[in-house]
Ligand binder design. Structure first.
Ligand SMILES: [Zn+2]
Length: 155
């Protein structure tokens, strides 16, 4: 069993228990990974700073979590902050250039694909079934990277 700290696109944080990290990826890809608070399937592994003061299982959690200290390699926080800024830019770009169609995403994407609607950049949410349908129609939908952490939450 491995435990991951997860976060949804509404910034709800929760823990997920999986047989392996592969199982987490599989559930993520199929949209089965759902936020227990808001039912969002935009769930990602939380990028966490190393946790201090957690109980016995803390070390295994840290190993499996995307660890900013490991990302930085030399233990500097610079790379982590750079990553946060990059993700911020990605989201700024998406916010500015993609229309949020919410849960109508699958339908809209399909209409565009079939030429029933003018093609434009859209973002939104889709469940596993809808993603499967889109894939069968040859429509590619990409998951968004997690939003950068709120500076205030970083202490
Ligand atoms: Zn949520």
């Amino acid at each position: 069993m491995v435990i991951f700290d997860l976060i949804c696109d509404q910034h709800h944080e929760f823990e997920g228990w999986f047989k392996s990290s592969d199982e987490l990826s599989a559930q993520q890809a199929s949209g089965m990974l759902i936020c227990p608070v808001c039912d969002s399937d935009e769930v990602h592994k939380k990028i966490t700073a190393p946790k201090l003061g957690k109980k016995s299982n803390a070390s295994s959690v840290q190993q499996m979590a995307l660890n900013p200290e490991q990302l930085a390699g030399a233990g500097s926080k610079q790379a982590y902050e750079q990553l946060q800024r990059m993700m911020g830019k990605v989201h700024d770009f998406i916010d500015a250039n993609f229309e949020d169609v919410g849960n109508k995403f699958a339908g809209e994407a399909l209409s565009m694909h079939k030429g029933e609607k003018e093609v434009s950049n859209i973002r939104g949410t889709a469940n596993a079934e809808q993603l499967k349908e889109l894939a069968q129609e040859g429509v590619t939908a990409l998951p968004l990277p997690p939003k950068p952490l709120d500076k205030k939450k970083l202490n």
